[in-house]
Design a protein around this ligand. Sequence first.
Ligand SMILES: Cc1cc2nc3c(=O)[nH]c(=O)nc-3n(C[C@H](O)[C@H](O)[C@H](O)COP(=O)(O)OP(=O)(O)OC[C@H]3O[C@@H](n4cnc5c(N)ncnc54)[C@H](O)[C@@H]3O)c2cc1C
Length: 548
Amino acid sequence: MRLVAWCVAIARTYDVAIIGAGHNGLVCAAYLAMAGLDVIMLERRSTVGGTAVTEEFHPGYRNSVAAYTVSLLNPKIVRDLDLAHHGLRIVEREIANFLPLDDGRYLKVGGGRTAEEVAKFSQTDAERLDDYDRRLQAIADVLRGLVLVTPPNVVEGHPLAALSALVKTGGLAARLRRLGLDLQRELLELFTASAGAYLDGWFASAPIKAAFGFDGIVGNYASPYAPGSAYVLLHHCFGEVNGKRGAWGHAIGGMGAITQAMAGAAARHGVDIRLSAPVREVVVDKGRAIGVVTDGGESVRARAVVANVDPKLLYLHLFDAAVLPAEFRRRIENYRCGSGTLRMNVALSELPDFTALPGHERAEHHTAGIIIAPSLGYMEQAYFDARTTGWSRRPIIEMVIPSTLDDTLAPSGRHVASLFCQHVAPVLPDGASWDDRREDVADLMIATVDCYAPNFRRAVVGRQVLTPLDLERTFGLTGGDIFHGALDLGQIFSARPVLGHADYRGPIRGLYMCGAGTHPGGGVTGAPGHNAAREIIRDFRRGRLRVS
Ligand SMILES: Cc1cc2nc3c(=O)[nH]c(=O)nc-3n(C[C@H](O)[C@H](O)[C@H](O)COP(=O)(O)OP(=O)(O)OC[C@H]3O[C@@H](n4cnc5c(N)ncnc54)[C@H](O)[C@@H]3O)c2cc1C
């Protein structure tokens, strides 16, 4: 059967076939095409962009469906692909975060007034902010320097390959040495400690720890006191908006504007993008990836096959198990996926009127990331609840209202909000299906915001709800994992996705990975796509893959 399909293959042989047109696939494709390679992309959905897309979810109301805020998108990629020319414009929030609290007070972060705001809770904490920020940014700078680097790959066999890894490791050591011993200690703590322990070491008052600690549990199904969560916090700090380090903002037109611009850049350089073309299998011949077959039975032949999908989906579903080394397959089976998030979009007749800061006329706090989780203890409890009952009755929510900065998303005077709800079990502990719990949990999320802004529930005129199961079905994310795999110490840098394959090359010749399951991991960065393209181009130039 497979042979018959292969016989009706498209006669042309592409240089590269990319499975999936998420933002990393698009970046990879654009760089490959700019290098003169003949590239085809096969995307399962009817639109490009993967988890970075904008759609109309209620008549007249559009929003970013999954990813909703931008910071990590690498500036080199924005320049190289000339995304501004393709219509991309990113605007900053007026303040970074707003935390309404249970006791009727609030904390604002950013806008140059963080110290003044934190001083409402602790003068000592306010005085420590500059030092905290300076040290965190110094360490984030090291990460920034590594984002576009192929990690040293731990390999067996040929001494030259080991030598190349050794040279890279030497470069890494030099970067770390420049930090000095004091910051090296801090870096070690950030890589190994919990976000909670790290923040407890800096601050005493709960609201500022909650504001910073939220980054340690976003997409990380763990307590903020779980070792390793400090790294997730750091991971959210290496971005920038329009040159402002650590800032978060919005793409005008939603996250889909980013991927539409990337698709524009790729198409301009000749990439052939096929939509509604799910890949069923990677074809392997004599130990080499030679193309793919789609669900529709179409065969596409290519000299290199690149996967934008997550490692579990790729290796456990798109391969004949017999062609993969058994030990490699076992490792992929144990690769940790399942970030425990629920995503909602709501159409609003008016802006939320917070008890802590009254008024539903647009104000700076409406442009912020509004965090409903007043303390690290609240976040920890939410995790424990989710482990036992599937979700917390007091859930963690970040709400952003992009229509306060972008009037293309909702009718005049109306708004759209993204609710990113943390700590729902990827798989429900009682064996129930998310299909049976979706609406109840969505009601709870709305009721939770309503506790802090009592006009919220009645302002909701439409909603879209994506449980972990929906994220898997809609976007192909295994376990609904927003990062294509947990960002824990055993799955980052040289160990992403598994030790021995951190250089974007798969275990079969001609096979590459370019998605968030490779270094530097999840988020709308473009970096995995950029780095994978560099390695693939290198292999074409070295003659390991032949150009048509
Ligand atoms: C709910 C949610 C919220 C998030 N919020 C943010 C945020 O605010 N900011 C941020 O920076 N990051 C955020 N992220 C993370 C970020 O969106 C992802 O880590 C990143 O976009 C992954 O990009 P990618 O290109 O590697 O993969 P994806 O975007 O997952 O793209 C993979 C593509 O492969 C396609 N595909 C799957 N199977 C097949 C197949 N068999 N054949 C062909 N195509 C296939 C999929 O349809 C998809 O288009 C969020 C993610 C989610 C899910």
